[in-house]
Design a protein. Structure first.
Length: 229
């Protein structure tokens, strides 16, 4: 079923670590469906998968020892292997353990109903806004938002763009660069945060700030001054 807002475009909203934690805690930690829903948000957030990729995963695609998740049919039907941390794997394993206890075999998708059937994306799209209201998260919460958040975290950690590209499954680094410009313009933020506003307001000559928010060691010599020399 197509989402009600199909065709509409919304700006990306990256979630904070606190907001992600609150969303996961809004799920029941006792009910099987709550454990499953929390595990799904964890894998979206910590592996950066598209919702279709996450819902298609089988237990065999997860390798906690190697720290890998194998996506067999990504965008363009391309396969890729992504990394995921041990803490996230532990959360997924808790759900897998619970579903085994209620008789669900490892032959069905990881994120399934209590009868072993596939979970539909429409259910997740409806679930996340409800959890956001419960958690007091005011941003628009949707499956792809966790992917935005994952990409922003990788950029903030200083990972090379080619690594982020492969993790996200983008066709080339230019797409990843454009993607990050919309959600994590780190160079712009660093530069603006470093502006010496107090000096400017006090009428003092402000320090020279470079493009990455670092103070220049020598005054800037512009094109006009260079020409006079």
């Amino acid at each position: 079923m197509a989402p009600a807002n199909k065709g509409r475009k919304f700006p990306a909203e990256v979630l904070t670590a606190d907001e992600v934690t609150r969303l996961i805690r809004a799920c029941s930690h006792r009910a099987p469906t709550g454990i499953r829903n929390g595990a799904l948000m964890v894998i979206l957030h910590r592996a950066g998968l598209r919702i279709s990729e996450a819902l298609a995963l089988r237990p065999k695609d997860l390798d906690p020892q190697a720290g890998t998740v194998r996506v067999l049919h990504g965008k363009g039907d391309k396969a890729r292997t992504v990394g995921m941390d041990a803490e996230a794997f532990a959360t997924i394993e808790r759900w897998l353990d619970r579903r085994r206890k209620i008789g669900i075999t490892d032959r069905v998708p990881v994120f399934c109903t209590l009868k072993g059937k596939s979970v539909h994306t429409a259910y997740i799209r409806g679930l996340l806004p409800r959890l956001a209201r419960k958690a007091g998260v005011m941003k628009r919460v949707h499956p792809h938002g966790f992917r935005h958040t994952h990409a922003a975290a990788l950029a903030a950690a200083g990972l090379p763009i080619n690594v982020i590209q492969r993790q996200l499954g983008h066709a080339n680094a230019a797409i990843t660069s454009h993607y990050l410009d919309h959600i994590a313009p780190a160079d712009v933020v660093a530069a603006i945060r470093a502006v010496p506003w107090g000096e400017i307001q006090d009428g003092r000559k402000p320090r020279r700030i470079g493009p990455e928010g670092k103070e220049r060691s020598s005054p800037y010599v512009g094109p006009a001054r260079k020409a006079r020399k």
